[in-house]
Design a protein around this ligand. Structure first.
Ligand SMILES: *[C@@H]1O[C@H](CO)[C@@H](O)[C@H](O)[C@H]1NC(C)=O
Length: 589
């Protein structure tokens, strides 16, 4: 700064012998520019310091957890962590409830495994050190249904004294003042939240990378993404470092990582579980609903988690949640179902592995005595427009505000760059592009924001109308549930931010607010990979080619299907998922 002052003083001397006005103007401009430059440099430094601090905090936690694990193993040489890690949730909880396993053995086995998975996949943002204390004070006389079960939670789910960064620098060093309702209830039911997991910068992406904690990758192939936004959960659970996790889903954020990493997950009806203390990328956005939900190795674990969460304690802590406990009867029912099925949607042609997975599951369900009826969702193009317009109704203002004060993650750049254009330019470009690239034109138009409050109300009304139209279609087909493709397999790194169209497969159920879950049913075969070479897509444009590239080289990667039920029928959705899971398991025998 001293240099700057001298420089400016020198200029003022000059002004005595020349045109005062001109130089004063120039001085002001220069001073302004220099202050701006100084601020940018200052800002960069501050961002760097923040990143370092957050990283150090994470490293310290990892170190302490490592030491604790080592210490425990030395003093408990008989601990059989391989056995613990091999148990299903059902087996594990039974052993814990019957004192055949100690919560300590389970906790340290999973902590050790989580640390090693994190080393490989970079999926944890924090070790919740309080979990060591919670373990000590666990009351064996009050055993909740999740007694002694370690649970991982996504970064944006508040845990007292820890940041919910949402992958954003602005949120670093703002630790939560209290636990989220979900964490409180989990603890009350005996579960031990033990780690927080990584997310994309700003949560609005289905890749998992940010400038604070870096990129999370897929447990089955390190060249592939773990998906997002609950991508840390995806990698950790898929890698075997956790058997139950809590994520959140606004366009597929729970379902995509679970499908990409090969396990089950449920996006419940938004409003069924409490969202208090769950940070969102765009609070106040009401068109496309976000919902927290469970992610786990099998469907029974999801059901157990839902049952544990849907209790009086949650209804007391958050009376805005309907006090409806878990309907075990619906979950256990074996009444034959009428199942609608979709083979593809009209925005993204399904890949060969998606089509094969769907056909196999459909055949299994038919053999098991269910009735399958073809179903076409009404007006998919229009619905997708409602989704994008809804999520970015503010013209991405909130997201861009959130992204201030730090560098942009490379994985987000291509997605976010057009958001910065002024509205008039987006509109003009969209108009000019229309004949050349209808989909490019559509994308630009859909990020202009809705514009005014009357238009926002119109958007909300249109969403309500679309929900009713869909329900009418379901009634016409007399469907109980819906089977649909889940896009996949896992994408190559950095492709997600360039490809928003595949999200129509998942985001439509956020728009409709129907519960939806994924179940792994297959893996990509050599034949699928061969056939993929002939994939053209419906539009044969830039995005279709990108999609083909994104899923290429996926042999052996997990493939899933999506199971959907009407609003508030979360138990029916889980029952349907369980049925698919069982049938696939039997068919492999
Ligand atoms: C995508 O990744 C796979 C697996 O690592 C690789 O075989 C394939 O060539 C990649 N495709 C593209 C287009 O980069």
């Amino acid at each position: 700064m001293e240099n700057v002052k001298h420089f400016l003083q020198g200029l003022q001397l000059d002004s005595q012998c020349g045109s005062t006005v001109l130089v004063t103007g120039a001085t002001a401009c220069l001073a302004g520019a220099l202050v701006l430059l100084a601020r940018t440099v200052d800002g960069r430094r501050a961002a760097g310091r923040k990143i370092q601090k957050a990283k150090k905090l994470r490293e310290d936690g990892l170190l302490r957890a490592n030491q604790a694990v080592l210490h425990y193993k030395q003093s408990h040489p008989k601990m059989d962590s391989a056995l613990v890690l091999s148990l299903s949730m059902d087996e594990l909880t039974e052993k814990l409830q019957g004192d055949l396993l100690t919560p300590e053995d389970v906790f340290y086995s999973y902590m050790e495994k989580a640390l090693s998975v994190d080393k490989k996949l970079n999926c944890c943002t924090a070790i919740l050190l309080e979990s060591f204390d919670q373990l000590k004070t666990l009351d064996p006389n009050k055993r909740g249904p999740l007694y002694g079960v370690p649970v991982s939670i996504k970064d944006n789910i508040a845990y007292k004294n820890y940041d919910s960064t949402c992958g954003l620098l602005t949120n670093v060093d703002h630790p939560a003042k209290s636990d989220s309702v979900i964490v409180e209830v989990l603890k009350r039911q005996g579960a031990i939240p033990f780690v927080k997991t990584n997310v994309p910068q700003g949560l609005l992406s289905y890749e998992c990378s940010n400038v604070i904690y870096g990129q999370t990758v897929n447990p089955h192939n390190l060249q592939k993404t773990s998906g997002g936004s609950s991508g840390g959960e995806g990698a950790l659970i898929g890698g075997g470092g956790s058997l139950l996790g809590i994520g959140s889903d606004i366009g597929g954020s729970i379902r995509i990582p679970a499908a990409f990493c090969g396990f089950c997950a449920l996006k419940p009806t938004a409003g069924r579980l409490s969202s208090r203390g769950v940070s969102s990328a765009s609070p106040g956005q009401k068109s496309v609903r976000s919902s927290p939900g469970p992610m786990a190795k099998d469907v029974d674990s999801l059901a157990l988690c839902m049952q544990a969460l849907l209790c009086d304690h949650m209804f007391d802590l958050d009376p805005t949640v309907p006090p409806v406990s878990f309907n075990v009867q619906t979950y256990r029912s074996s009444k034959p179902l009428r199942i609608g099925y979709i083979e593809s949607d009209c925005l993204t042609q399904a890949t060969p592995s998606m089509i094969r997975s769907m056909r196999e599951v459909k055949a299994l369900l038919e053999q098991a005595g269910h009735t399958l009826v073809p179903y076409t969702p009404p007006k998919m193009n229009y619905a997708f427009e409602l989704i994008v317009k809804g999520i970015l109704a503010d013209g991405a203002y909130t997201l861009l505000q959130n992204l201030k004060g730090g560098p942009l993650d490379p994985c987000l750049k291509i997605q976010v760059r057009p958001y910065y254009l002024p509205i008039w330019l987006k509109k003009t470009l969209s108009f000019l592009l229309k004949p050349l690239s209808p989909r490019g034109s559509f994308l630009l138009e859909s990020i202009t924001g809705v514009g005014s409050i009357p238009k926002l109300w119109k958007q909300h009304a249109a969403v309500e109308e679309y929900i009713q139209e869909t329900l009418a279609e379901w009634r016409k087909c007399n469907m109980d549930v819906l089977l649909c493709p889940m896009f996949g397999p896992a994408f190559n790194l950095t492709y997600c931010s360039r490809l928003s169209f595949p999200l129509s497969f998942t985001a439509i159920y956020n728009l409709l607010n129907f519960p939806a879950g994924v179940v792994p049913v297959s893996t990509v075969t050599a034949e699928d990979e061969d056939e993929l070479r002939h994939y053209r897509g419906y539009f044969q444009d830039h995005w279709d080619k990108l999609f083909q590239k994104a899923v290429s080289g996926g042999q052996g990667l997990p493939m899933a299907v999506q199971c959907v039920a009407p609003p508030w029928q979360d138990e029916l959705c889980l029952r349907f998922m369980k049925e698919v899971e069982e049938l696939v398991k039997q068919s492999r025998k």
